[in-house]
Design a protein around this ligand. Structure first.
Ligand code: SAH
Length: 617
């Protein structure tokens, strides 16, 4: 089942987790919110129930509270003022014995309630008269249909409840299979049509975006080409504006196909206008994979509120070999062989399917590659953006230890583990997976741009760039780096100018590292040493210390931080002359103070280290 915004399942105690997991099985995009200190193994921990639930409600997130209905009602009461804007809100009993839809009748709450109740093996507590009587929610049609005139709904439904019958024009199995009083002479009408209704227009012209001769759709012969509407009726001008006796549903049967070039939004809207088709019936924007990075396509898809989907050339071969233009082949591949082309040759093709199209099953989306940093380890150091990406991603690529660090957020995703050193291969694998339309997260610890995978991905992209890699949407999501976490644990040692140096000589010669340490020491930077020692590299840290001692006093404070945010965290302060390789390992970051770095005792027996903001010289 799909809802446009991923639902939130909110639990207040560990006992609710069994039911929560059953619900998430049938709402796989849902995020599990749990009260901090009372729940473990949830996607998000919160401390304030009221603020969290109200925040989700305001963002129109469908809410499933595994708690008493009253708690939800009282929490949301101050916000209830516009039923058109309400997301679905449901209360589910902790033992799964009751599913109570509370709010969001217009956004499909009853449908979700039925779905959850079925999974839990109970009856949903549906109380909406129209829904109960007619077994359908006219105001929130199923996916594939959009109600064009919801303002007419209230009177329409009360007429139905008062005994009026309804005439159906067009085809929609969800209505035919309902218990609506359908009758050929009904005084009420429901129309299912791709056609525009008066006053709805095609958008582009109304907004004055174009002149009549502005572009690609020139040469069309309007009014077009309902080469037989579904009912076989003759084409007629725009449907008259509907009365309150009539509900109009637009089925999502239109596929818009792009060819070699991407037209502007105005041209597409003009074509829809000239073919008298409603933008609300557009199921998706379809294009060859080579256009997946085209900003015009994504703007159009966003503005029409439909997905953009792409076909590799192999999938278009069938229609291309029959002599169709590229745009036509794309549109027909989207609708399938029973689709009907309704626009003449132009850079854009429109095809009509006999049934609503589910675009999520056709072609592939634009691939996404997110290079993310999880922070040093602790859950609280992972950014909300990174959590959101992990939630949406289909594939995780990374070193096993880092994939393990993300815990339950990695559940249900394809894991591609590798050795820490195989960075190039890992970057290529991630790019290849994303080029297939997957949503890939490349996982680094700390920040992904600091001695981590982001640079490896860009290096591979620039040097071995396959054309399909350039169709991918690439994003880097920052994380808290080890040096920041170390600094925060001990005070503010990075409070003035500082630099980071990796002591690993695998990717750069030791002579260069030595030179950089000397230069940084001479310039009096605080220095963060990454990769200070490993099993094979043990001597570099002592050499680094000896170079530093040429420029800094032996009592300069040095912060040694190990396993930050992970089990076994250790942060201690030593002096520069005590810095020996045995104080560190490959999970240690070292901060060497400048000549100005200071320390003083804490009340609790510990120590604060900071570097003043002003430099006394
Ligand atoms: N991208 C990472 C750095 C990866 S390089 C970041 O921004 O933090 C690996 C080095 O980072 C390790 O050798 C160690 O020096 C440091 N490091 C990474 N995680 C750490 C942790 N949890 N505690 C201490 N040091 C860590």
């Amino acid at each position: 089942m799909k809802t446009e915004v991923a639902p939130a399942v909110v639990v207040l105690g560990q006992n609710s987790l069994t039911v929560a997991r059953q619900i998430i099985q049938v709402l796989p995009t849902a995020t599990l919110y749990g009260l901090a200190n009372r729940t473990t193994g949830v996607d998000f921990s919160f401390t304030n129930f009221g603020d969290t639930v109200r925040g989700l409600f305001i963002q129109r997130t469908p809410l499933i509270g595994i708690c008493a209905a009253g708690i939800l009602i009282r929490t949301l009461a101050p916000l209830l003022c516009d039923k058109q804007q309400e997301p679905p809100v449901l209360a589910v009993a902790e033992d799964g014995s009751a599913v109570v839809p509370l709010l969001g009748g217009l956004s499909g709450v009853n449908e979700i309630a039925r779905h959850i109740a079925q999974a839990l093996g109970v009856n949903p507590a549906i109380t909406t008269t129209g829904d109960l009587r007619f077994h359908t929610t006219l105001l929130s049609p199923p996916p594939g249909y959009k109600l064009a005139n919801p303002e007419a709904g209230k009177k329409f439904i009360s007429d139905l409840l008062a005994g009026s019958q309804v005439r159906l024009e067009g085809t929609a199995p969800w209505l035919t299979n309902s218990q609506l009083p359908i009758h050929p002479d009904g005084e009420l009408t429901i129309q299912i049509t791709e056609r525009s209704i008066k006053g709805q227009g095609a958008g582009g012209r109304e907004r004055g975006e174009m002149t009549p001769d502005s572009g690609g759709a020139k040469g069309l012969s309007p009014p077009l080409l309902f080469s037989g509407s579904r009912s076989g009726a003759e084409p007629s001008p725009l449907l008259p504006a509907p009365t309150s006796n009539c509900l109009i549903y637009h089925p999502t049967t239109i596929a818009i196909g792009m060819g070699d070039t991407t037209p502007q939004e105005g041209e597409v809207r003009q074509l829809l206008g000239e073919t008298e088709l409603s933008p609300a019936s557009v199921a998706g924007i379809f294009a060859p994979l080579s256009l997946a990075a085209s900003p015009e396509i994504h703007t159009l898809s966003r503005n029409l509120g439909v997905p953009a989907r792409f076909f590799p050339t192999t999938q278009l071969a069938n229609f291309l070999s029959q002599g169709y233009t590229l745009a036509q082949a794309v549109a027909l591949t989207a609708t399938g062989v029973s689709g009907e082309l309704i626009s003449p040759s132009s850079p854009v093709a429109i095809a009509l399917a006999p049934q609503p199209i589910d675009p999520t099953t056709i072609g592939q989306p634009r691939g996404r590659l997110a290079i993310i940093g999880t922070g040093p380890g602790g859950w609280q150091w992972m950014s909300p953006q990174v959590k959101e990406i992990l939630h949406g991603a289909t594939d995780l690529v990374g070193y096993k230890t880092y994939l393990d660090l993300i815990g339950v957020l990695g559940d249900g995703k394809q894991r591609h583990e590798s050795d820490n050193r195989q960075e190039t291969g890992r970057a290529m694998l991630a790019l290849d997976l994303a080029a297939e339309g997957r949503y890939v997260a490349v996982v680094s610890s700390g920040d992904p741009g600091i001695y981590a995978m982001a640079a490896a991905v860009f290096e591979v992209l620039e040097q071995h760039g396959k054309p399909e890699w350039h169709t991918i949407e690439i994003q880097v999501a920052p994380g808290i780096s080890a040096m920041q976490a170390a600094a925060a644990a001990i005070g503010a040692p990075l409070g003035h100018d500082f630099c980071a140096i990796s002591l690993s000589d695998i990717l750069k010669p030791w002579a260069m590292i030595e030179q950089r340490i000397a230069a940084a020491a001479e310039a009096d930077f605080v220095i963060a040493f990454y990769n200070p020692v490993s099993q094979e590299r043990t001597w570099q840290l002592a050499q680094a210390r000896d170079i530093l001692l040429r420029y800094r006093g032996p009592h300069t404070p040095v912060v040694v931080a190990r396993n930050l945010g992970r089990p076994g965290q250790m942060v201690k302060v030593i002096t520069l002359d005590q810095l020996t390789p045995d104080v560190a390992d490959m999970r240690t970051v070292i901060l060497v103070g400048s000549s100005q770095t200071r320390q003083f005792p804490r009340q609790d027996g510990g120590i604060w280290v900071y570097t003043p903001r002003r430099y006394s010289g």
